[in-house]
Design a protein around this ligand. Structure first.
Ligand code: FAD
Length: 442
């Protein structure tokens, strides 16, 4: 323990969101005597995947909230403060309460920050004139209000150039909105739905991108690749884009809208990005070995969840795969054993393609579709809508964050059956990887 530290814990977890709470529970289940603390300033814990359903009028925002106090595992200390500076050379950090904490192992689970400020005028515009975003609990209810109030014109949905949490969420809300608009077309609502993305594909994994391409075609949605939202003039209802054409030229375009669902650029929280824990890649994500989640320079630092610089997509589904590996390796590190647990990059993005339809997009580091459900995952399914709207919230609160096995653990042994049944949705790895890189990110 450092002489200047006021408190020491064997394991200090920074962040009590999906990743932090799950890891704490797993550690306590496996080593009940371990001294674990969670540093978390917020009194509330949110099930953020539910915010898409809030924006689509399927869930209320209150249903996505639980009190943090109720979720902190028994025996784990809750330090109600934020980390304000990291000093990994000396195994300590400073908190917003001015306290210094030291640790044997640090687990980074702070999530990410939405950079609303990086789109001119967006912060001021949100919540009025049809400008909404499911990426904030404060504005997701306004998404549903805006969809209901829509009387025709352009409904514009955007995606930023940075990695985002849940790469599919910017589109999911659009497909639900389109359903609502179409159901009202008989009474004179004339909508033009436009998806603007700086990327060159609808999804990083080609097999799922193909399904989404069919969905936008079927719906008559206009997709504008290379379109990056830069400014919003809310009162005028005009969105300003930097457009990168395929020939390399760049121009500015203004698009009038009646409804704008904006998704901000995202990065690691500033306190993390400016710390020695950040890797070299843009965004300031915590450097991490993609298999063990261990920091490459500070061996007693592990990271998972949205803040981790792991080459997979940022979802609660990914946390399901990352947390058991992180917990096992933290214990191995503390007990002086080699780090044997390896994360395969598993992540899942339930792509809502309309009310009652979901493509359960599961994949891993191979960039290939995989399925925990013994079905072709590239297909739209009503059963997966039930999974997304009913089962996954239940699994999150009652299994995942409690550190209990989830459904894919039970089904995994049957995976070879999928191949035996010749579900032909995979493609040659070389082609898949090249396309995924062209698409930018998950
Ligand atoms: P979070 O859950 O965000 O938790 C981070 C915690 O760290 C917070 O409690 C925060 O207060 C705390 N913190 C931050 N800074 C500090 C600090 N300096 N010191 C201490 N504590 C700090 N995932 C899916 O799997 N499926 C989906 O369908 C899906 N849809 C989504 C739709 C939307 C609209 C959004 C916004 C997200 C969606 N996600 C989805 C993503 C999923 O919610 C995140 O990937 C997941 O919450 C990440 O967990 P985390 O613990 O890393 O971050």
């Amino acid at each position: 323990m450092s002489p200047s530290a006021t408190r020491h814990h064997q394991v200090l977890i920074v962040g009590g969101g999906a990743a932090g709470i799950t890891t704490a529970n797993l550690l306590r289940r496996q080593r009940p005597q371990l001294d674990v603390a969670i540093l978390e300033p917020s009194e509330d814990h949110y099930y953020q995947p539910g915010w898409t359903l809030v924006g689509g009028g399927v869930m209320r925002v209150e249903q996505t909230r639980r009190s943090e106090a109720a979720l902190i595992p028994k025996g784990v200390s809750w330090i109600r403060a934020a980390a304000t500076a990291f000093d990994p050379e000396h195994n300590r950090l400073t908190t917003s309460e001015g306290e210094t904490l030291s640790y044997d192992v640090l687990v980074m689970a702070t999530g990410l920050q939405c950079r609303w400020d990086q789109i001119d005028g967006l912060s001021e515009a949100l919540g009025r004139n049809g400008v909404c975003s499911n990426y904030s609990k404060d504005f997701a209810p306004y998404t549903w209000q805006s969809i209901q109030a829509f009387q025709g014109g352009n409904a514009v949905f955007t995606m930023p150039a940075t990695p985002v949490k849940c790469g599919g969420a910017p589109q999911k809300v659009m497909y639900m909105a389109d359903d609502v608009f179409k159901s009202r077309s008989g009474v004179g609502v004339n909508s033009r739905v436009i998806f603007c993305t700086p990327l060159r594909s609808l999804f990083a994994i080609p097999a799922y991108a193909r399904t989404l391409q069919q969905v936008v075609k079927r719906r008559g949605i206009e997709v504008r690749f290379g379109w990056d939202l830069k400014a919003v003039r809310g009162a005028e209802q005009v969105a300003v884009f930097e457009v990168h054409d395929a020939d390399g030229s760049v121009r500015t375009e203004e698009l009038p809208f009646s409804l704008l669902h904006a998704v901000p650029p995202m990065s690691a929280p500033a306190v993390v990005a400016s710390s020695p824990l950040a890797g070299d890649a843009p965004g300031g994500w915590v450097a991490a070995d993609k298999l063990t989640t261990q920091h490459p320079h500070f061996a007693n630092v592990f990271s998972l969840g949205d803040v981790a610089g792991l080459p997979t997509s940022k979802t609660a589904g990914a946390v399901r795969g990352e947390a058991p590996v992180t917990a096992a390796n933290v214990i191995a590190f503390l007990e002086g054993h080699p780090l044997k647990a390896q994360y395969d990059g598993y992540t899942v993005c339930p792509l809502i393609t309309g009310y009652n339809n979901v493509v359960m997009a599961e994949f891993d580091y191979s960039q290939q579709p995989i399925s925990s459900f013994l079905v072709d995952p590239t297909k739209e399914r009503w059963s997966m809508w039930l999974m997304k709207t009913k089962m996954l919230p239940w699994l999150y609160w009652n299994r995942m964050i409690k550190g209990l096995p989830h459904e894919s653990r039970y089904l995994k042994p049957f995976a070879p059956l999928i191949h035996a049944l010749r579900l032909d949705y995979r493609e040659p790895a070389a082609e898949s990887n090249a396309k995924a890189q062209a698409a930018g990110h998950c």
